[in-house]
Design a protein around this ligand. Structure first.
Ligand code: AMP
Length: 268
């Protein structure tokens, strides 16, 4: 199963993605976590991403798309994956579609967690205050100002993905303000339907032994010449002389014709 979890920062995507990864045995691909890991490891990509992440700005599309493409090819993603934090823009969604198509894969579903932004801000501010009180380390982008900007960016750049996926017919929405248990139950119900559909597809693919092949184009059947002529075709057919019902006997002309054809074949 391959799915995308959509929702603004703090909507609970991470919690749900981790749970679903365990439940379905599919990998959880968090773009933010992958970028933070690259930054911590001090890789060239990570160092480039670090200041952008700390300021809550997006990293360039090609950077995140190539990280995701490479990760999807790992064997642990063979059974499927949950994308969390990617795609974040329509061009990223289009890049994802291309890279999946190159692998003859597609998304099964996109689950959007719908939230009330002002309640969300309050929740996140409370979580930051609680973590600070407990002396727990905070992420550099875990501060109300950065968060406010990230929500604005979500609205402008990521929310259009809801329409994008709705048009494709694979969007499902869940009330992200509900309790974790209810959000989990709602997502599970959606995925139960999707899973049975995707299993039918997987079984068909296994029977064919190998990945899905592009559908063969049906051969174009030659249209009768009269039909190719367009509207006049009907008239032309009407005007044609009616054949007499066959008596079983061949006409002289017919005999001559077939006789000459036989001679030609013999000479060749
Ligand atoms: P997240 O943990 O998903 O909130 O992501 C943390 C930060 O990583 C974001 O604020 C961005 O700076 C960067 N980031 C994560 N995913 C993407 C993405 N798909 N496109 C661009 N930047 C991203």
């Amino acid at each position: 199963m391959r799915l995308v979890l959509l929702g603004p920062p703090g909507a609970g995507k991470g919690t749900q993605a981790k749970r679903l990864s365990t439940k379905y045995g599919i990998c959880h691909l968090s773009s933010g976590e992958m970028l933070r890991a690259a930054a911590a490891a001090g890789t060239p990509v990570g160092l480039k991403a670090k200041s952008l992440i700390d300021n809550g700005e997006f990293v360039p599309d090609e950077m995140i798309v190539s990280i995701i493409a490479e990760r999807i090819d790992h064997p642990d993603c063979a059974a499927g994956f949950i994308l969390d934090g990617f795609p974040r823009t329509v061009p990223q969604a289009e890049a994802l579609e291309r890279l999946l198509a190159e692998r003859r894969l597609s998304l099964d579903v996109v689950v959007a967690l719908v939230v009330n932004e002002s309640i969300l801000l309050e929740r996140i501010e409370k979580r930051i205050a609680d973590m600070t009180a407990r002396g727990e380390p905070l992420r550099a982008d875990d501060n109300p100002d950065v968060l406010y900007d990230r929500l604005a960016t979500y609205r402008k750049q990521t929310a259009p993905l809801i329409d994008h996926y709705a048009r494709k017919g694979i969007l499902r929405t869940v009330d992200g303000m509900d309790s974790v248990e209810n959000v989990s139950a709602a997502i599970d119900e959606i995925l139960a339907g999707v899973r049975s559909r995707s299993q039918v597809g997987d079984k068909a693919r296994t029977r064919r032994k190998g990945p899905r092949k592009p559908a063969k184009r049906a051969k174009k059947r030659a249209r009768p010449r009269a039909a190719r002529r367009g509207r006049g075709a009907v008239k032309a057919r009407k005007a044609a002389p009616r054949r007499r019902p066959s008596t079983g006997r061949k006409s002289k002309a017919g005999q001559r014709k077939s006789g000459s054809r036989r001679r030609l074949t013999k000479r060749r």
